[in-house]
Design a protein around this ligand. Structure first.
Ligand code: FAD
Length: 467
């Protein structure tokens, strides 16, 4: 019996899309090479999910020590925040995880090439190494997982890099700024606002739309907005940044809102107006891959218009989340090895890591209205949940949306402590097309915040117990 040659698979990019695709392809017997121009782990591990949440955890500890501990009579005094140590801890978490990915590559016998890849044709890649040397390599299949980079808004004066920073620079500031203006009230802008305001920075957020976090459940966003404002974050909505005039140490940002212009002086200006795909240097046209304004077009099997070339994650310019990139990576890898797996985003949770956290899955009430769906909602406040009160954190609510007729779960939205962990139950329920009865029949442990999800469903059915 002759041996079958292994399918040679190249993966461009070693972020959560690319490295997960690589592992799945290796599990299925592929001969896998990951080509990464910077560091394994991509945006998520190096300048995204992980470092932001490490800084947020430090902020939460500060919040607990400064406020929550006192509520239980614990007289803890935080004498100072050693920002260097905060940064060192953050870096050590990032490094542990990045070397973990490197270990996973070795364990799965995946080759890692530190180079920038571009297409010569549909099967051949040009590899540019850091030392300037180049090489060519041919593959049977290619999975593009090139990710995204911050968008620079066209605002006069934003070029001064020592004052105007992107999210990556905001994670590695040498000191806590005394004031910060954030352009953009999306997830990244709002998370940064929460982190820095907890560390004592005077934060101003400028959002062009009528509301911050426009894709999340707006009733809960309004409560989070109120909470952030209460904790000292100034949020201007329906407002536009006109220009930035900066010196070596400060910026004067001119904002237009309510028909008037006003200026805000801050130490730093963070632009967080979204991210754009990092596909410009891939020479996709040489492979004939179709794109739309830099976004790679794929079908639900993650395949581009060219047989054997797949694309996943942020470089599609759709839902820019690490868990989406990873899910799509597994699907692309399976399909590159002859399967026909399909991506279905209906149970993708969206999370905002603030204090308190906001998370949602499925449809928002606004989306139900737009789609003319006959729905019913149920809400349960965390002020009536034992565990939330034990955590001195009764601010928040669970909102459940059910289909009026079939009582299937359409959406679940949570504002409160650990919302981002709790949302997994709702994601599973939506994935399994669970009904209200399924959630009600599921016994939730007491005391946990998860009880509030069941109570939210009971409320939608007009039979909440603790309210
Ligand atoms: P990336 O992680 O961007 O990885 C792409 C990789 O490809 C990079 O390493 C890049 O160097 C490499 N590459 C690009 N072009 C080439 C080339 N030509 N040759 C070789 N290598 C190449 N998402 C969440 O789900 N949860 C969060 O809490 C969260 N927080 C975030 C916070 C911030 C501040 C930011 C910026 C993002 C956050 N995200 C979060 C988004 C998340 O980081 C991305 O959705 C995720 O990293 C996308 O994964 P990816 O593999 O598609 O791309």
């Amino acid at each position: 019996i002759g041996t079958t040659a292994k399918v040679k698979i190249a993966i461009i990019g070693g972020g959560p899309g690319g490295y997960v695709a690589a592992i799945r392809a290796a599990q299925l017997g592929g001969d896998v090479t990951v080509i990464e121009k910077h560091k394994l782990g991509g945006t998520c591990l190096n300048v995204g999910c992980i470092p932001t949440k490490a800084l947020l955890h430090a902020a939460e500890l500060l919040e607990d020590a400064s406020h929550n501990a006192a509520a239980f009579g614990l007289d803890i005094k935080v004498n100072k925040v050693d920002w260097n140590k905060v940064q060192t801890k953050k870096e050590s978490i990032v490094n542990t995880l990045v070397s973990g990915v490197s270990g996973l590559m070795k364990m799965n016998k995946i080759k890692v090439v530190n180079a920038e890849a571009s297409f010569i044709n549909a099967n051949t890649l040009l590899l540019k190494y850091l030392d300037g040397s180049v090489d060519k390599a041919s593959f049977d299949k290619v999975i593009i997982a090139a990710g995204s980079v911050p968008s620079l808004p066209p605002i006069p004066g934003i070029e001064n890099k020592s004052i105007c920073i992107d999210s990556s620079a905001a994670l590695s500031l040498s000191q806590i700024p005394s004031s910060l203006l954030i352009i953009g009230g999306g997830v990244i802008g709002i998370e940064m606002a929460g982190i820095y305001s907890t560390f004592g920075t005077k934060v101003t957020v400028v959002e062009a739309l009528p509301n911050i976090l426009p894709t999340m459940e707006q009733e809960l966003v309004a409560q989070l907005h109120h909470k952030l404002a209460q904790s000292g974050v100034t949020i201007y909505t329906d407002a536009k940044v006109i220009k930035i005039e900066s010196s070596a140490t400060q910026a004067k940002t001119t904002i237009s809102r309510q028909g008037k212009e006003e200026s805000v002086i801050t130490d730093k200006v963070l632009y967080a107006v979204g991210r754009k795909t990092d596909t410009l240097n891939l020479d996709l046209d040489k492979a004939g891959v179709n794109t739309d304004k830099g976004k790679i077009l794929v079908n639900d099997e993650m395949q581009t218009n060219i047989a054997g070339i797949y694309a996943i994650g942020d470089c599609l310019g759709q839902v820019m989340l690490a868990h989406v990139a990873s899910a799509q990576g597994e699907i692309a890898a399976e399909n590159a090895l002859g399967h026909h797996a399909k991506y279905d985003g209906k149970s993708v949770p969206s999370c905002v890591y603030t204090i308190p956290e906001l998370a949602g899955v499925g449809l928002t009430e606004e989306a139900c209205k737009k789609q003319n769906i006959d729905y019913v909602t149920g809400k349960f406040p965390l002020s009536a949940n034992g565990k939330a009160l034990i955590m001195n954190d009764g601010f928040g609510v669970v909102k459940v949306i059910l289909d009026q007729r079939y009582k299937s779960l359409l959406g679940v939205h949570i504002l409160g402590p650990r919302a981002t962990d709790l949302i997994a139950e709702a994601a599973l329920a939506i994935e399994m097309e669970a009904t209200a009865e399924d959630l009600i029949a599921t016994i939730h442990a007491h005391p946990t915040i998860s009880e509030a999800i069941r109570e939210g469903v009971l409320a939608a059915e007009g039979r909440a117990i603790h309210m």
